[in-house]
Each structure stands twice: as C-alpha cells, then as structure tokens.
Design a protein around this ligand. Structure first.
Ligand code: FES
Length: 316
C-alpha cells in the first residue's frame, strides 16, 4: 500500500470532486497505464477510483469522485472527510480496463463519472496518434466534469458532448452509432450501469465481437449477494466443508470459519476476490467477468456470487 497526501481538491461539476494525491515521502509514484484505478481506503471503506491524469506523470495521481446519494459510504466519506493535507492509504495502480493496442480504431463511450478512465485513454490515444472518437454523455452541462479540459485538448475535434436535457438532435444515439461493427474497431464503455448495459447489449445485438468490447463497472446495483438457497463450499487444500446459508455470502461464511478471502468492492466489480472453482457450477452475480468467462465456470467472485450446484470446490 502507498501513503499519499491530498495536495489539492476541486469541484469539477455538480456532485463531483477531484482529489490530487502525492506521495507522502516525496518519491515518484508507481507508473500506470490508461484505464488504471487505485483502491482508496477512507473511513473504513475501500473503493476503486480511476486515475484521470496523464499516465506520463509520476509526481501525482488525480481521481474524481461522484457523491452518490445511494452510496454505501465510500463516496460520501471522500466528499465529507477528505481535505487538502490529509493522508490516505491507496493501493498501487491496477488496470483491468486496458487499451487494445492492436485496434485499428477506438470508440470511447463515457457516461457521467465514467469519463475518468475514458479521459485518460483519450489523452493516451491522442499522444500516440491513434484513430479514435469520444462520446461523453451526462444528464446536464452542470454535471459534466472535465468539460473544459476536453474542449481545450488537442483531440477536441474527436470528442462530442451529449446532454440528456439538451435538444434531441445532440443526444447520443446508441443504436445508430453501433449499428455496424467497425472492422478492427474496439469499443470502451464506462459509466452508470444502465448506460453501460444499454451500450453493451446493443453492441452484442448488432454483432460486435466480444473481444472488441471493453468495459469497467464502478458499482453494481445493490446486489442481492446473500439471497438464495444454502449450499456448501469445500476448501480443496484441507477438504474442509463450509456451509453457506441463505443470508450470507461465501466470503462471510468462509470468514466465520476462519478462512479469509481478500475483498475490496464486495459487489462483484473489482475482481479482488476472484477464486478458482475446481468443481461445481457457480451462480455468477458479478459484473467483472465476460460472458465467456462466466460460461467457463472455472472461477467466480465469492463476495457476491453463489452456487447453482449443491457444492462448489474452491482452490483455497
Ligand atoms: Fe470486488 Fe469481489 S471484492 S469483485
């Protein structure tokens, strides 16, 4: 883990604050690639925030946080508690949302706060001279973070802004834009779950190859992770069997039995808790894996997923 100090804090849009983080010891921070995020621990909550500064920079990380009324505490703690000068603990950057460098063209789609990794990607693609197009959708201009940074960027001509409360002619027409999969064109989407589901479902309906679809969910709907019937998990290394009752997640049941699985988001979006499944059929409830990875049934996210079979044997 890394100790960082908040060196600046700014209001970027209605409900969105940015936080600039620098190393407490004054040393360069670990490098990162476009699409990376860090885990930030504040007020007992650990949440993932994408880095939205230039990946060439090593003297700082920039994150932006939307204050969510339905927050489970993470974004609320960031807004209410974290001030300039505070020291917070973060993880080194991790990237589950990488650019496909063999793509011929890149289509970047951001909804709301989903602009954070997408902006970093746009700047990286612009720096490398890659062919790309950015669509950034928000409910209104007031809620659009980083508007001026994009409007004044060298790649501004490749970016289009769309507002839900604006004239219909400027709204982003998902079905029209995704009507024909571009050859070698890769699609990247980040934003609220409804926006992402609409984009990904449309792309799949229109025949976009799965390998050309890239997404990162920030948060799931309030997940019914503990809802479902009881089942057993068997720990392969010891043979021990742990019952997972209705009302508890696999992670909770294992913790009760003294077996700790590392978690972070606890809602199936970050991948921290991924555990290999040696036999049995998981009931996947995460947003992390692709449909192909779900179908393989050889790994699952025990923070939120359950079992379709009476027993799962886990590689623990
Ligand atoms: Fe994030 Fe399980 S802890 S996917």
């Amino acid at each position: 883990m890394i100790q960082v100090r908040v060196s600046a804090r700014a209001v970027e849009a209605e409900g969105i604050c940015s936080f600039e983080l620098v190393a407490v010891d004054g040393q360069p921070l670990p490098g990162f690639s476009a699409g990376s995020h860090v885990d930030v621990t504040v007020g007992g909550h650990t949440r993932q925030y994408s880095l939205c500064n230039d990946p060439k920079e090593t003297h700082r990380y920039l994150i932006a946080v939307l204050r969510e009324p339905t927050s489970r505490g993470g974004s609320e703690a960031m807004h209410a508690q974290v001030q300039v000068g505070d020291v917070v603990t973060i993880s080194p950057p991790k990237n589950h949302f990488t650019l496909a460098h063999d793509a011929r063209r890149h289509l970047l789609l951001a909804g709301g706060i989903g602009i954070t990794p997408i902006l970093c990607m746009a700047e990286r693609l612009a720096a490398t001279g890659a062919d790309f197009e950015l669509h950034y959708c928000t409910r209104s201009r007031d809620r659009m973070a980083f508007h001026d940074r994009i409007a004044n960027a060298a790649f501004a001509s490749k970016a289009q802004f769309h507002f839900d409360d604006g004239p219909p002619s400027q709204r982003f027409d998902i079905a029209a834009r995704l009507a024909t999969p571009g050859e070698g064109e890769h699609l990247y989407v980040c934003g609220p779950k409804g926006f992402m589901d609409a984009v990904l479902n449309t792309a799949r309906e229109k025949g976009w190859p799965e390998a050309q679809l890239h997404c990162e969910y920030f948060a799931a709907d309030p997940a019914p992770a503990s809802e479902g019937d009881a089942f057993e998990v068997q720990i392969a290394s010891s043979g021990r069997i742990v019952m997972v009752p209705a009302g508890k997640t696999v992670v909770q049941a294992l913790a009760d039995a003294g077996v700790d699985v590392q978690t972070s988001c606890e809602q199936g979006v970050c991948g921290t808790c991924i555990t290999r499944v040696l036999s049995g059929t998981p009931d996947h409830r995460d947003l992390y894996f692709t449909p192909e990875e779900h179908a393989a049934n050889d790994q699952f996210t025990p923070c939120c997923s359950r079992s379709k079979s009476p027993r799962l044997v886990l590689d623990l």
